[in-house]
Design a protein around this ligand. Structure first.
Ligand SMILES: Nc1nc2c(ncn2[C@@H]2O[C@H](COP(=O)(O)OP(=O)(O)OP(=O)(O)O)[C@@H](O)[C@H]2O)c(=O)[nH]1
Ligand SMILES: [Mg+2]
Length: 318
């Protein structure tokens, strides 16, 4: 039988919010559960430190969850570029999402579990590196099912339900190259991605300073097809995006990404992700606080009341 750790009454209690004077100090250490964060917990985290919110958007199966979990996996083996993993508030949540891709799950082909349709969840990674303010940067990623974005693409009202868009620093628009190499599907895929970005902007949900990265995900499919036709199709689509959106967002970039590529020459695991991380670490769309809680979800907890009081004047003036 293991003995519970003895904690002196004066030991600090790791917590995202400061305990009030009336709070009694518990006799066990209150370790974070490590579950993914809901909007309220994400707001508390943001209250504690400056955090960059990265919205990972795209239709079902585009590779959103795999992109985030691959970052976590890459950090298991060392630095990415010059940046080291510092800590995560959501480690077990990462591990659960990585499970199907691991040998332990006894699958012949690595896979990612479909994200369930429902509320937004957030995954957190703190990185450290010499160029960062205080040598640290907190990254908060949304993990939302593709259905939510498909609804938002087709309806401004549905788009307005995705309240986290309002405080996004980065909007990653994932476009699935497995579909791009299918000549019957590819025009529709580009059209759908254009509609989603337009819906987010026309609804006023995505700010004009937000950085938008169009990610050609599963790029291994284009690389494996090996003919220049797909690459020139992507080039034309890039020009079309630039024409429509470059003046409407803070920055518009395009990247080839293969978070978990099949065996294709020249494409390593996490292809394209170090460059993304470098961008987050070195360029910032704005300096501001964010309020992740939609007004109707502001509850009665003290931390939520604090956030409401603290940020309401700022959001009123937007
Ligand atoms: N070949 C290849 N497959 C990938 C890559 N990235 C992801 N996949 C696969 O694509 C499938 C869908 O990936 P997910 O990350 O679950 O996609 P998602 O966008 O989160 O999907 P929803 O949660 O359903 O919206 C999984 O089977 C992944 O293994 C890649 O770079 N190359
Ligand atoms: Mg997912």
């Amino acid at each position: 039988m293991t003995t519970p750790p003895q904690v002196p009454p004066s030991a600090p209690v790791p917590s995202l919010s400061q305990p009030s004077a009336a709070t009694t100090v518990p006799d066990v250490i209150d370790l974070p559960s490590g579950n993914e964060l809901d909007a309220s917990a994400a707001a508390e985290l943001q209250g504690a430190q400056q955090t960059r919110l990265i919205v990972v958007a795209g239709p079902v199966g585009a590779g959103k969850t795999t992109l985030i979990t691959t970052l976590h996996d890459l950090f298991q083996t060392g630095k990415i570029g010059g940046y080291a993993f510092s800590w995560s508030r959501t480690l077990p949540a990462f591990e659960r999402r990585c499970h199907l891709s691991r040998i332990a799950s006894e699958r012949s082909v690595p896979d990612t579990e479909r994200t369930k349709f429902g509320d937004v969840r957030y995954l957190h990674i703190q990185i450290s590196g010499p160029e960062l303010p205080d040598n640290l940067l907190d990254l908060l990623f949304t993990d939302v099912s593709g259905e939510s974005f498909e609804l938002a693409r087709d309806s401004i009202a549905e788009c307005q339900r995705l309240h986290f868009l309002k405080v996004a620093d980065d909007f990653l628009l994932l476009i699935d190259c497995e579909k791009i190499i299918d000549r019957k599907k590819r025009n529709q895929v580009i059209h759908d991605a254009t509609l989603l970005l337009r819906s987010c902007l026309d609804s006023g949900m995505l700010g004009a300073s937000c950085f938008v990265d169009v990610l050609w995900t599963k790029y291994d499919f284009v690389a494996a097809a090996g003919n220049g036709e797909h690459a020139s199709f992507l080039e034309k689509a890039t020009q079309e995006f630039q024409k429509q959106f470059s003046s409407r967002v803070g920055k518009l970039s395009f990247r080839r990404v293969a978070a978990r590529p099949a065996d294709v020459d020249g494409l390593e695991f996490g292809y394209g992700l170090p460059e993304l991380l470098q961008e987050w670490a070195t360029e910032s769309p704005r300096d501001r606080t964010m309020d992740l809680l939609p007004d109707e979800e502001l509850g009665s907890r003290e931390s939520e009341k604090f956030l409401q009081r603290h940020f309401s004047s700022e959001s009123d003036s937007k």
